[in-house]
Design a binder for this molecule. Structure first.
Ligand code: MCN
Ligand code: FES
Ligand code: FES
Length: 917
């Protein structure tokens, strides 16, 4: 042990530390300065950045033995207080930089380090600084962070008042403004307690858990021997499947009758088989994390290794064994049938056709916060599980039978989440926490390392999608044929839904009268498929948006004009034969046309033989809602001080708190309530109603509407005959109810047919056009997006800062999907950097977002959703831009430099061969 006297946030502290411990762990675990967040724990993400003797350091990789005596350390807790925030903290709030907020303390400390030494940095200097200090953000797309540093620098230079940074409501109106999130102040002060922080604040008898995980991808289990592990120091119990009281399975709640599986295929703790790398075999419960992890290594597992089917084609091979015995590896099929038979149309002599065969990768979510949670028995004896769940009521239904607990004896609570991007639409560790808590009778906590987080949470399901388009010579689309295969990993939950998405979105946006297609879901031994932002549509649009470009080239028509000619106009229907709720694409393309002309010209002018530039286009559409008549619930209650609004609008980081507040405020305004009078109650199954999961960009529409309905009921009840409103005391005196339950259902929707996909699945769609400009290094093949222009129609805007942030962040993930990100190689793709997470210099600072506002008749105050729109189709636009720049046509993502380089070499060889002929 080492005695250290350190000056922390201006005060001298004496600490006894393990010289091998990291500075981050001492700050967090010994001093409870949990504003220092640990994401990767490997020096890759900067979330743990603090200032040590005037320098920004990543405290997770600084050993205590290397921290000088009397070192001066500043953490986020030391630079401002809620009453007197640092200008950077205010700017972070004002510019919407704290989405999930997990990276915010690290970024703010890093930015402080910059401004302390350079009070007037340029945007490029700020970007270089964050790049050099490895500050990573998965939510914002980085641009707002640079805006915030520029603004804070102005305040520090005395050119702007700190108070002027934050928007203040005028005339008691916040709908459609840049009003900040209620949670922002806690995020920028480091006091927004994420799961790992909650775990540190639990009582001393809390057991810390470590998993014993499979290191192979497919095996039969012959035995699990825990005897040695049980004797290890600090171990309380080692839990295996034998301790699970229930069915030991998580159910996917399959709703599709044509699914060949029964949905009970995912073990909580493996009993008979290992289905994928990382599968949980046992849980060690011990007094410390270190003891639990050490003991986990001593659990012996006897396995019979089976062939691992790591992709859909491998699992579809005729000699492949059934991964779940009794259920074929191809366990679900979905068709699409619209209009007339496409074959005779495609064969007509005067019809022009193109056919593409695309592959969309197993994109990892790469949240900066690894998965974490805890469980305990609450004051009513309920098993209470805290996690990053974005579907607390849904997950409750998916896990109770597996754990073996009565539904009313189980409570799920969402912790503040450091981003999910959909991976938490699936339960991850909830059932493991529940099982451990039940088996030990003690509070328990579990936090994954980044390695575990990446290798043992769901991923985007790879899609192999073929698309054939037919048009007449004038460019009018006549028919489309599609064929698709989804590799959904070993667990079926929501796999059928994802497969249906291809029918819904391949070719979406265009008036195609005749469509035929078929797709299938395949069980494999690679990572299980979970939701990922824009769920299912990136696979679909990769195919149809590249096909549109190829068709344009074959016809000799400008790609924008070919799209313009064929977009939805009155009379058109979607691929599922639904009439679009609004027709906004014509206006959107008209807005884009002059920018497209300019971009084409600019790219030509800026191209050099060494660095070629190109511009690409695509169109993306996504539905707001879960298929069919989705709905939501919320309630409001009049209190002495104002109103309480309760909902289970889970927050990934997209701003559920601000959104619930804004919809409530907008509908309570007639009474005169201010935002400060509205209290939010959120995300606890014991307290808040079932608002459905925060997925499918559904919440702004569904829960926004439920909140609206509840507020309207309250306002009506408060209204007096003369038009004025009753006070709380008057309501009580007249014995009028104070609480109103708002429900909203998309009753206009119908599910899609399994054979034809015919149906009206969504009440509202979001529309977005993508126009990236790329630069190709002709020597290395590296592609860089240098500018991104996008036009979005998401109805009216509930909060401007939120939607800008959603779009910027979504585009950044699209750039990652297109160029760098993957989870395929279980040895290489195991860290944020290894998986290709984009850092600030990978994302352009020049992002232009243009809104085309078409109010939605079914949306609250006319709004649609936004979350998933920006990740529907940015990647085909980037591949189209690469082709435009250098002539290399790729059909698979990520477009790694070596693939582009190989394409360039092939083109050069073709050119030489042609010249030689
Ligand atoms: N919004 C708005 N105006 C509109 C539409 C939406 O201001 N016209 C706001 C909403 O009020 C909300 C946000 O935009 O604050 C997203 O709304 P919506 O599209 O309805 O999506 P949900 O609230 O249901 O959130 C889920 C969605 C999805 S599905 C994923 S995945 C996702 C996403 O949002 N994951 C995210 N955004 C994310 N953002 C962050 N930072 N982290 C994630 O993990
Ligand atoms: Fe320290 Fe990632 S750099 S947690
Ligand atoms: Fe940066 Fe979420 S706000 S990671």
């Amino acid at each position: 042990m080492l005695k250290k006297v350190l000056n922390i946030n201006g005060l001298t502290r004496t600490l006894i530390v393990d010289p091998e411990a990291s500075l981050a762990s001492v700050l967090r675990e010994q001093l409870l300065l949990t504003g220092c967040k640990v994401g990767c724990g490997q020096g890759q993400c900067g979330s743990c950045s603090i200032i040590l003797d005037g320098k920004v350091v990543r405290s997770c990789i600084v050993k205590m033995s290397k921290v000088p005596d009397d070192a001066k350390i500043f953490t986020i807790e030391g630079i401002g207080t809620p009453e007197n925030l640092h200008p950077l903290q205010v700017a972070w709030m004002a510019y919407g930089c704290a989405q999930c907020g997990f990276c915010s303390p690290g970024f703010i400390m890093s930015a402080k380090g910059l401004l302390d030494t350079n009070p007037s940095p340029t945007r490029e200097e700020i970007r270089d600084w964050f790049q050099k200090n490895r500050n990573a953000c998965r939510c914002t797309g980085y641009k707002p962070l640079v805006d915030a540093v520029m603004a804070a620098a102005k305040v520090l230079r005395g050119e702007l008042k700190k108070e002027d940074l934050l928007f203040k409501p005028v005339g008691n109106k916040i709908y459609g403004t840049t009003y900040h999130r209620p949670s922002a102040i806690r995020k920028v002060t480091g006091t927004w307690d994420y799961g790992a922080d909650v775990a540190l604040q639990m009582p001393p008898d809390t057991l810390r858990l470590a998993l014993v995980q499979a290191e192979v991808s497919h095996a039969n289990i012959k035995g699990i021997d825990t005897s040695e592990a049980e004797k290890m120091p600090g171990v309380f119990k080692v839990v295996t499947h034998k301790d699970v009281k229930g069915k030991n399975r998580i159910t996917g709640l399959i709703t599709f009758p044509t699914n060949k599986g029964d949905g009970w295929d995912r073990p909580i703790l493996c009993d008979e088989k290992v289905y994928q790398f990382g599968d949980a075999l046992a849980i060690v419960c011990a007094d410390t994390v270190e003891h639990a992890r050490a003991a986990a290594k001593k659990v012996k597992v006897d396995l019979e290794i089976l062939p691992a089917y790591m992709s859909a084609p491998a699992a579809m091979a005729p000699d492949a064994m059934e991964i779940h015995p009794g259920t074929p590896n191809i366990y679900f099929e979905q068709g699409v049938v619209k209009g007339e038979d496409t074959k005779p149309i495609m064969e007509k002599a005067d019809v022009v056709t193109v056919e593409v065969d695309t592959y969309c990768s197993r994109q990892p979510h790469l949240t900066i916060e690894p998965d974490c949670g805890s469980a305990y028995f609450d004051e009513e004896g309920r098993l209470t599980i805290h996690s990053k769940s974005i579907g607390i009521h849904l997950h409750h239904a998916m896990i109770v039978a597996g754990i073996g607990v009565e539904p009313e004896k189980c409570r799920l609570v969402q912790n503040p989440a450091g981003g999910t991007f959909g991976y938490k639409f699936s339960p991850t560790m909830e059932a493991l926490l529940g099982v451990a808590c039940l088996a030990t009778g003690r509070p328990v906590s579990l936090a994954y390392t980044m390695y575990q987080h990446i290798t043992y949470t769901g991923k985007r399901s790879p899609g192999f999608v073929k698309c054939k388009l037919a048009a007449d010579k004038s460019g009018k689309l006549l028919a489309m044929e599609t064929d698709w295969t989804i590799d959904h990993g070993p667990y079926s939950e929501f796999g059928d839904l994802l497969t249906l998405r291809q029918a819904q979105f391949t070719g979406a946006g265009y008036d195609i009268a005749n469509i035929r297609g078929k797709g299938r879901t395949v069980c494999t031994n690679h990572a299980w498929g979970s939701a990922f932002r824009a769920y299912g549509s990136p696979q679909a649009f990769l195919a149809s948006e590249i096909a549109m470009d190829e068709l344009a080239e074959k016809l000799g028509i400008d790609p924008l004009e070919l799209r313009f000619q064929n977009i939805y106009r009155p009379g058109a229907t979607t691929p599922t034969q639904q009439v679009p709720e609004v027709f906004c694409l014509e206006e959107m393309i008209n807005k884009l046309r002059p920018l497209w002309q300019e971009a084409k010209k600019r790219c030509q002018e800026l191209s050099t033989p060494e660095k070629k530039r190109g511009v690409g286009l695509s169109l993306g559409i996504y539905g707001c809602g879960l298929d069919g008549p989705d709905g939501s619930e919320a309630w409001v209650e009049l209190t002495k001080d104002g109103v309480t609004v309760a909902s289970s609008w889970e927050d990934h980081g997209q701003g559920a708190d601000l959104a619930a507040l804004t919809h409530a405020h907008e509908n309570l305004r007639p009474v005169g309530f201010t935002p400060e009078q509205i209290k939010l109650l959120m995300n606890d199954t014991a307290l808040t109603p079932n608002s459905g999961p925060a997925g499918g960009s559904r919440s702004n529409v569904m829960t926004g509407n439920a909140i609206r309905v509840a507020c309207e009921m309250l306002v009506n009840a408060m209204k007096k005959a003369d038009g004025s409103f009753r006070t709380y005391d008057e309501m009580v005196a007249e014995n009028l109810p104070l609480r109103y339950e708002g429900k909203w259902a998309a009753s206009m929707c119908t599910p899609c047919d399994p054979v034809t996909a015919k149906g009206d699945p969504f009440p509202i769609y979001m529309y977005e056009l993508f126009m990236p400009e790329v630069e190709i290094d002709m020597k290395t093949g590296k592609a860089k997006v240098v500018k991104f222009t996008t036009i979005a129609d998401i109805g009216t805007i509930t909060n401007k800062t939120t939607v800008d942030g959603q779009i910027c962040g979504g585009l950044a993930q699209g750039i990652g999907l297109a160029l760098t990100e993957d989870f395929e190689d279980l040895k290489k793709h195991t860290s944020l950097v290894g998986c290709g997470l984009p850092f600030i210099q990978d994302i352009p600072d020049d992002i232009e977002i243009i809104y085309n506002i078409t109010p939605r008749p079914n949306g609250p105050s006319g709004a649609a959703g936004v979350g998933e729109a920006p990740l529907t189709a940015p990647h085909p636009a980037i591949l189209n831009a690469i082709y435009n720049a250098c002539g290399v046509r790729l059909y698979a993502v990520p477009a790694l430099p070596e693939k582009i380089k190989a394409g360039l070499e092939a083109l050069a060889a073709q050119g030489q061969a042609a010249a030689g002929k």
